[in-house]
Design a protein around this ligand. Structure first.
Ligand code: MUC
Length: 95
């Protein structure tokens, strides 16, 4: 199942820079592992915002929830999830 996720990151200004840097490094490692295993299919920065649009390919809602709630930045994110279905007018085929 494909899902679009909009993630907005709000790190508290009071968070020490070293802590913010460490959590961002963990987030990068976590997200790249999921990209490598094919579940995090797209990752795009929203221009001018500390936010992204991502596409996930997972088995079900529970898997997506587990994956999202495991994000190191999860406690500092607002996430909106939209389930996706194939558009009937789409030409490009993806397996
Ligand atoms: O930077 C972000 O948008 C938040 C998050 C998503 C992937 C990642 O590495 O960090």
């Amino acid at each position: 199942m494909l899902f679009l996720a909009h993630m907005v990151v709000n790190l508290p200004p009071s968070m020490p820079e070293a802590e913010a840097t460490a959590i961002r490094a963990k987030e990068r490692e976590y997200s790249q592992a999921l990209q490598r295993d094919g579940r995090w299919v797209e990752l795009w920065r929203v221009v001018g915002e500390y936010a992204n649009y991502s596409v996930f390919d997972v088995h079900d809602n529970d898997e997506l929830h587990t994956l999202l709630s495991g994000l190191p930045l999860f406690p500092y994110m607002n996430i909106t999830v939209t389930p996706l279905a194939r558009h009937p007018s789409r030409i490009a085929e993806k397996p």
